[in-house]
Design a protein around this ligand. Structure first.
Ligand code: DGL
Length: 265
């Protein structure tokens, strides 16, 4: 038994979709969440910058005595997961592998769509992982940069997100894909819109749910499970916590202790 917290981080607020899935799957685990709100978005930044930011956050979470690090951000998972895993001694789990495994188990025709930020899509991390597991898989990847600001504006239903979805997803709609990986922390909040545009025959893979299973597996195999904790969630942000607190309830339907400011520089 290990009562130390799980450390989770993201570029900003979106990683709370992963926290939400983790806290449902592992209700006895305490979670420390870092949202790098001063430096968001990560989706359009260089791999060097992403490595530096994610190393600084991981160091901070380790100083807070975290037992495992969950990289909720798809952009960091695409560009810096191997870098982090080789620099730190504790288990570090990213979203790519769990999302890929989930999608491979679901697809029937081996035609998969991947949606993500510009950084995630141009890294081709999902594509490479999918092909390494199923060499004859067909993949259509699409960067959807306007989805993140839509979610942050609370525009997750109605005409505006539907027309943006139409702009990005036309090619996927007319293809043979049967499974789509939502490869960005914010996209699960657009599930309804994306699903209604693509139609019922396409399954949407939410990386939050996929990663929760992997974290449970890692905790069990390293004997790091807590049985006594009450599932407290503490949030830390690098910019003014006010904005974060206002938006948090859209991403996490559970009360959290008010976010605190931290300085990583
Ligand atoms: N958290 C990022 C991701 O999952 C999306 C927001 C950003 O661009 O920083 O890729």
């Amino acid at each position: 038994m290990d009562d130390r917290p799980i450390g989770v981080f993201d570029s900003g607020i979106g990683g709370l979709t992963v926290v939400s899935a983790l806290s449902s799957a592992l209700p006895n685990e305490n979670i420390l969440y870092v949202g790098d709100t001063a430096r968001v978005p990560y989706g359009n930044k260089s791999p060097q910058r992403i490595k530096q930011y994610s190393r600084e956050i991981t160091e901070w979470l380790i100083q807070q005595n975290c037992k495992i690090i969950v990289v909720a951000c798809n952009t960091v998972s695409s560009m810096a997961i191997h870098y982090l895993q080789s620099h730190f001694y504790l288990p570090i789990v990213g979203v790519i592998n769990p999302g890929v495994n989930f999608a491979i188990n679901i697809t029937k025709n081996k035609n998969i769509g991947v949606l993500g930020t510009q950084g995630t899509i141009s890294s081709n991390a999902y594509g490479k992982k999918l092909l390494s597991k199923v060499p004859d898989i067909k993949i259509i990847s699409k960067a959807c940069p306007l989805f993140v600001p839509l979610v942050e504006e609370g525009l997750v239903e109605g005409e505006i997100p539907l027309s943006v979805a139409g702009f990005y997803l036309k090619e996927l709609q007319s293809s043979d894909i049967d499974t789509v990986i939502l490869g960005c922390t914010h996209y699960p909040l657009l599930k309804k819109v994306i699903g209604s545009f693509l139609g019922k025959n396409i399954t949407l893979v939410d990386s939050g749910n996929a990663i929760a299973r992997s974290v449970a597996y890692e905790l069990n195999s390293h004997k790091l499970i807590s049985t006594a904790n009450k599932g407290e969630i503490q949030c830390f942000v690098t910019d003014d916590p006010k904005y974060f607190d206002t938006l948090a309830s859209r991403f996490l339907h559970k009360s959290i202790i008010e976010a605190k400011h931290i300085d990583l520089s």
